[in-house]
Design a protein around this ligand. Structure first.
Ligand SMILES: NC(=O)c1ccc[n+]([C@@H]2O[C@H](COP(=O)([O-])OP(=O)(O)OC[C@H]3O[C@@H](n4cnc5c(N)ncnc54)[C@H](OP(=O)(O)O)[C@@H]3O)[C@@H](O)[C@H]2O)c1
Length: 368
């Protein structure tokens, strides 16, 4: 039996959670993997040695059971509305159970007065978690994931198009982190709280890439030419609603539109790339091309045929016919909390200060 502390991983079959779980198990930590339901994805984690816990992350009763007998935890609120609720449930349960250390997944954009309600909730969640005198906290705040570009991989494979509202193709850049690399930073912080408690990390990929660079990397991995098309925001809202596997709620799409706006403002390029994956995670960060190659390797349906190209063209037509979303109306209709003077990340002095080169934010360490 392992003498290492037992670690809870929430959102354990999600993009980062599955890698956090596997990497912790490889290091010999006992892991409890919190999943919404048992399925093929949780079976993979069980076979790797995780104890699978089935529950609802909105439910305090479930979370109280999940943290029982746990010493450390990775808290990853799902990409969904009510992030503050997810995080409040976790923080209350972790406080009551007096876990010793928590690593939270936050956002690169995190600021107090951000136009995105989801982002303000992430910021507030981080502050609240750090108020508990029972446990220490490390925050991992990545930017726009490499995985996000894979949403349009089918269209790239079958039509040679990479369509997103990211501005002119040669301009705004991002150093997209892979899910595995983000997980490596989380795992380092969970493994050694003495070194990482109180810190904020911002894992990125190895290099800044323009949308044209992203399209070229996709093309190399797919073995065909892929061209970037800068689409209007309205078109993105149509695409996100029209096609699986995205199936995003209207609330979610309204926030993704704000994140695309931040992309066009160049926010994800500020002080990027960072060295956090190498220095904290102990890995050479994966290139975006490697991420696409791995995705392509698992997908025989991406091999282009006449029939699949026709299917992709029909999907494109479906996007065009889907009504666009009025993102402001969505937020008003849902009574999203509004603030009088929202500020994009780069307009907030404390955000700019904390993103200076070489700057690692150290917040007060909570008393154990
Ligand atoms: N994507 C980005 O570019 C980006 C950038 C910065 C920060 N982030 C942050 O990343 C976080 C999400 O991390 P991720 O992408 O690793 O996670 P993810 O892939 O969104 O996974 C979330 C998991 O939570 C599960 N889930 C949803 N609702 C649940 C509930 N009520 N009870 C139990 N389980 C539930 C989902 O289960 P099912 O799979 O069964 O539905 C899913 O597996 C968000 O907080 C977001 O702010 C994302």
């Amino acid at each position: 039996m392992s003498t290492l502390p037992k670690i809870l991983v929430t959102s354990a079959v999600g993009k980062t959670g599955q890698h956090v779980t596997k990497q912790l198990l490889e290091k010999g930590f006992p892991v409890r993997a919190f999943v919404r339901r048992r399925d093929a994805r949780s079976d993979v984690l069980a076979r790797a040695g995780a104890e699978v816990f089935e529950g609802d992350q909105y439910s305090l009763t479930d979370m109280r059971r999940a943290v029982t007998g746990i010493q450390r935890a990775y808290q990853c609120a799902p990409t969904a509305p009510n992030g503050l609720h997810f995080n409040a449930v976790f923080t209350a349960a972790a406080h009551e159970a007096a876990v010793e250390h928590v690593v939270t997944l936050g956002q690169w954009l995190s600021t107090a007065d951000h136009p995105s309600l989801f982002t303000r909730e992430v910021y507030l969640s981080d502050l609240l978690a750090r108020m508990s005198p029972k446990f220490t906290v490390t925050s991992v705040d990545p930017g726009w994931f490499a995985d996000n570009y894979l949403m349009v991989l089918d269209m790239a494979a079958h039509l040679g198009l990479f369509t997103m509202p990211l501005g002119p193709g040669h301009e705004k850049r991002n150093a997209p982190p892979s899910n595995r690399d983000i997980a490596s930073v989380v795992v380092a912080a969970l493994s050694d709280p003495d070194i990482h408690a109180g810190k904020h990390y911002r894992p990125t990929g190895p290099e800044l890439m323009s949308p044209d660079d992203i399209a070229a990397a996709m093309g190399r991995a797919l073995g065909r030419r892929v061209r970037y098309i800068n689409i209007p925001e309205k078109m993105m809202t149509k695409a996100l609603r029209a096609l699986p596997p995205a199936n995003y709620s209207e609330a979610m799409v309204s926030q993704l539109a704000i994140y695309a706006d931040e992309y066009r403002r160049g926010t994800f390029a500020v002080n990027a790339p960072t060295e956090d994956v190498e220095k904290v995670g102990g890995r050479v960060p994966e290139s975006f091309e490697t991420v696409v190659q791995q995705a392509v390797a698992g997908r025989s349906d991406l091999r282009s045929t006449w029939l699949r190209s026709m299917g992709a063209a029909l999907n494109f037509a479906k996007i065009l016919l889907t009504p666009a979303l009025n993102v402001n109306k969505v937020q008003l209709d849902r009574d999203f909390v509004q603030i009088a003077r929202p500020k994009f990340s780069q307009d907030a002095a404390d955000w700019r200060e904390s993103h200076l080169p070489g700057h690692i934010v150290e917040i007060r360490e909570n008393a154990a």
